[in-house]
Design a protein around this ligand. Structure first.
Ligand SMILES: Cc1ncc(C[n+]2csc(CCOP(=O)(O)OP(=O)(O)O)c2C)c(N)n1
Length: 671
């Protein structure tokens, strides 16, 4: 798509904005919108959130002096206009591409990106920390946190607001209120914010009303007195104590978020305040692109799409998830491979139909986690808790303590913040919460903050925890049913069987093979290829089935007959069975879509040493440095980290050759 960047190309940094008049700033906003729509339509990205903050970004950069003054974008998914205003137009066409601009703020990318974000609700804490440091070091620079009404549902934001009120430093918090999280925002605070917005509408109404009433001849004054009482009554409905003021903030707003001049005036005013302030800004998500304004949820995170008709391509999208509603529940009848998310959503729906105690939870990711059908079918057993993963876990533990069967569907990357709730509130009490860890493994396009690589290492050591990794759709269903019915835990039989995690990738399910449907045996995996004269065994975590199969085929072609063992259980493990495997082969490889340190492979290798197993063990997992190059599709990231079919085959071929060489050397010596 052709679009003009005549003004944008004059912006090499925020200082260039200072030369623009209001008319040019408004024209610049239009250019920025076109530029964002063009880039996201090609590369995918967070469209609606970015379109909503164009004027706000311009006003902020016009009034403050970045990078001396600091602007922290909560979540960071709305930073595209900020990137364009801070000299990154040139790299914008490679937004979210390997080697290109990140879709989130990155300190290593620009001095204007003051703090890396990606997970929600961190901005106020980080901004307050910076301001406290500034205060101690005697500086006078401003610090601004921009946080959405969705991100404000996260507990960390409240902890920070409370601390900020205590410190009393001149922190500027901009609350970008568009009434949307990814789906419509939820919770008491969201209702409270809309009451505040009503208050603003009331004030405007009152001003117009007063002007009008006073102009009425004769009856004007009488009428005016009469309505004063009425107004007081109405006022009582809208005026409540202000939450932010009670915490120690000044509160300004709500103000119109697409009016550059109005925004600049308010920002100029608060710049000189010596106290913390919340500026409540009302914006429209998707502003300026009709399809996104109408359906901001579907254009929150979107794959490539056609600008003219808004149709999303087949790469990825939340639109794709909304297709769920049309998907058959039995995927064998469909000619389209389901994603793991869809397979999970359908499996959970089936389980909930059979068992009225099954409940589903999400932390603001209803569509992304595949729960839309569940919500529609069982609204009384569905909970969207907001962007509050810690609360989701402890709330689920509460449900489980009273005999429900909660399934908390949380992305692997976001559950990182719930470690204590999983250990303290769930596992130590052996409560039967099922955790459905979507996007476990490499995650395309969103970069390092969204990779789901730590869950195995984080949760394997947790007492009472079971961790399962399905390789396909039917195996996922089998595992979910097993977790919900009876996982053979300490209290098996009375329903309290302990926490279970089921981790699966952001990928399409591979075609079904009979092995996927074999019944689960606690602690054991399942053989997907097992020959008589095989030399090498590839034991893999479910998400890497395709890659392991491909590697086994390649090795076979190179004369190294290879078996395939789908681990299924990453915890607990039938150690005798696994040790037996490690005694039968010339080489055993553990292949894992997770970080090496503390992962399954390291555990397997340690077991082999402990039991003096015959086979050398090779661990293929993700090395720590991988996060430095975490932009690209999942396939690209697997390749980059040697976990695609050819990468695995090459590595094992070399290992095997080494083994043969050593064996020959020993043999020669012996002669
Ligand atoms: C801890 C965490 N959980 C979930 C998400 C996924 N997520 C990204 S943006 C978003 C909604 C944010 O809503 P809001 O802050 O209101 O910003 P908007 O997109 O509406 O501008 C969610 C849930 C996340 N980034 N971090």
């Amino acid at each position: 798509m052709q679009h003009s960047v005549s003004l944008l190309s004059q912006i090499h940094g925020p200082q260039d904005l200072k030369n623009f008049g209001l008319k040019e700033l408004n024209a610049l906003a239009a250019e920025i919108r076109e530029c964002i729509v063009a880039a996201v339509s090609q590369n995918g990205g967070h469209l609606a959130s970015n379109l909503g903050v164009v004027e706000l970004s311009i006003a902020l950069h016009r009034v403050f002096n970045s990078p001396e003054d600091t602007i922290i974008w909560d979540v960071g998914h709305q930073c595209y206009a900020h990137k364009l205003l801070t000299g990154r137009l040139g790299g914008f066409s490679r937004l979210r591409k390997a080697g290109g601009l990140a879709g989130f703020p990155k300190r290593s990318e620009s001095p204007h990106d003051a703090f890396n974000t990606g997970h929600a609700s961190t901005s106020i804490s980080a901004a307050l920390g910076m301001l406290a440091a500034e205060h101690i070091l005697g500086g006078k620079r401003h610090v601004v946190a921009v946080i959405g009404d969705g991100a404000l549902t996260g507990g960390l934001a409240y902890e920070a607001l409370s601390h900020a009120g205590q410190l009393g430093l001149p922190l500027i918090v901009i609350l970008n209120d568009n009434t949307m999280s990814i789906s419509p925002n939820v919770g008491g605070l969201s209702k409270y914010l809309s009451r505040l917005s009503m208050k603003a509408k009331y004030q405007t109404f009152r001003r117009h009303f007063d002007d009008m009433a006073k102009q009425l001849p004769f009856i004007g004054d009488v009428f005016f007195d009469l309505v004063v009482r009425l107004k007081r009554a109405v006022k009582a409905v809208f005026y409540t104590d202000n939450f932010f003021v009670d915490l120690g903030f000044e509160y300004v707003g709500p103000i119109e978020g697409h009016h550059i001049q109005g925004l600049m005036e308010v920002l100029e005013d608060v710049r000189n305040l010596r106290r913390p302030v919340v500026i409540h800004v009302i914006t429209r998500k998707g502003k300026g692109y009709g399809f996104a304004e109408e359906d901001p949820g579907s254009y929150h995170g979107v794959g490539s799409f056609s600008v003219n008709d808004g149709l999303v391509g087949d790469r990825k999208s939340t639109n794709e998830v909304s297709l769920q509603a049309k998907l058959p529940r039995d995927f064998s009848q469909s000619n389209r491979e389901p994603s793991f998310t869809e397979a999970f959503g359908a499996a959970l729906l089936g389980a909930a139909g059979r068992n009225s105690r099954v409940a589903a939870l999400t932390a603001a990711m209803e569509k992304g986690a595949g729960l839309s059908l569940f919500k529609r079918a069982f609204p009384e057993r569905f909970f969207d808790v907001g962007i509050a993963e810690e609360h989701a876990v402890t709330f689920a533990a509460g449900l489980a303590a009273r005999g429900l069967k909660p399934v908390a569907a949380i992305y692997a990357t976001f559950i990182q913040r719930s470690v204590d709730q999983i250990i303290h509130d769930t596992a130590l009490q052996n409560l039967s919460v099922v955790f459905a860890l979507d996007r476990a493994g490499f995650v395309g396009d969103d970069g390092e903050t969204h990779q789901g690589l730590f869950d195995i290492a984080l949760f394997r050591p947790v007492p009472n925890m079971t961790i399962l990794a399905p390789a396909g759709e039917s195996e996922l269903r089998l595992m979910l049913d097993w977790a919900l019915v009876d996982n053979g835990g300490a209290f098996a039989g009375n329903g309290a069987a302990g926490p279970v995690m089921i981790r699966y990738p952001k990928a399409r399910c591979p075609a079904e093979v009979p092995g996927f449907s074999l019944p689960l045996e606690k602690g054991r995996g399942v053989w997907l290829r097992r020959g008589l004269k095989q030399r090498v065994c590839l034991a893999f975590t479910g998400s890497l089935y395709r890659e392991a199969l491909d590697a086994a085929d390649r090795l076979g072609e190179r004369g190294i007959e290879t078996d395939l063992y789908n681990l299924r259980f990453l915890k607990p493990v039938d150690e005798d069975y696994l040790a037996d495997i490690m005694n039968r082969y010339e080489l055993v490889a553990f292949i894992e879509e997770g970080i090496r340190s503390g992962g399954f492979g390291e555990y397997g290798a340690a077991l082999a040493r402990q039991r003096n197993c015959a086979a050398p063990v090779e661990v293929l997992a993700v090395e720590e440095g991988a996060l430095e190059q975490a932009l690209g599709t999942r396939e690209e990231l697997l390749r980059l980290n040697g976990l695609d079919g050819e990468g695995i085959a090459l590595r094992l071929e070399r290992c095997y050759a080494e083994l043969l060489k050593n064996a020959e050397a020993v043999y020669d010596k012996g002669l």
